[in-house]
Design a protein around this ligand. Structure first.
Ligand SMILES: CC(C)(COP(=O)(O)OP(=O)(O)OC[C@H]1O[C@@H](n2cnc3c(N)ncnc32)[C@H](O)[C@@H]1OP(=O)(O)O)[C@@H](O)C(=O)NCCC(=O)NCCS
Length: 187
């Protein structure tokens, strides 16, 4: 028994320490147009983390690509560790309900708090811009992340792909972004 505890606890502590080190070295800054191609590559690497088939990934490639115009026209922020872009988000603005249209973290940096940090930054950006809610048309695999960060589930839309006829995309929202930030902080 003590052997099991002795093996599990240090590993957990090491994971916590390395996540803490990564977060303390991470900065979030506005993206620049010349980074659009690199962001498109990052999107595909992050999406592939969910083990979709090559065919499915190729079908999404153009729809998920980030253009220089996207970066210019939408609030787009990157998380950087050292010189490396490890994640980013972008928002589609509107009068009241804004949409989080991108949120991606490189697989080797996942589960270290970077997604949560980017999301909090996005909620703060939207709240400052006057949004009263942020919607997310989510990948089903990312739903647990959003719910852990304070999202509510409004519904789902069918999104079948070969081999997954019942696949759906959860429709999520952060209502009153400032309040969502507060309740996330409290949890
Ligand atoms: C979803 C995503 C952005 C999360 O980023 P991340 O940096 O790994 O998330 P965090 O480390 O900040 O996680 C915060 C909390 O969310 C939850 N969470 C994160 N990833 C999770 C997962 N795969 N399964 C279940 N819960 C998860 C956990 O509660 C986690 O806290 P913990 O690590 O202390 O347990 C990232 O996994 C990703 O880029 N995925 C692929 C692309 C994608 O689907 N993006 C969303 C498009 S809608």
């Amino acid at each position: 028994m003590s052997l099991i505890v002795g093996r599990v606890w240090p590993r957990h502590r090491r994971r916590w320490q390395s996540a803490h080190i990564v977060r303390s070295r991470m900065n979030i800054r506005p993206a620049v147009e010349s980074e659009a191609a690199a962001l498109s590559v990052l999107v595909m690497r992050a999406k592939a983390h969910w083990k979709y088939s090559t065919e499915a990934l190729e079908q999404w490639r153009s729809e998920l690509a980030v253009s220089p115009a996207n970066v210019r026209e939408r609030p787009t922020f990157v998380a950087v560790v050292g010189a490396e872009i490890v994640g980013f988000y972008s928002l589609r603005t509107s009068r009241l309900a804004w949409e989080l249209d991108n949120l991606w973290v490189l697989p080797k940096f996942m589960r270290q708090g970077i997604g949560r940090a980017l999301l909090r930054h996005a909620l703060a950006t939207a709240a400052r811009g006057g949004a009263n809610e942020i919607t997310v048309d989510a990948d089903p695999n990312a739903e647990s992340f959003y719910l852990a960060c304070g999202a509510i589930r409004r519904g789902e839309v069918p999104a079948p792909i070969p081999g997954q006829p019942d696949r759906v995309r959860p429709q999520l929202a952060f209502v009153q972004p400032n309040n969502a930030l507060e309740s996330d902080r409290a949890s």
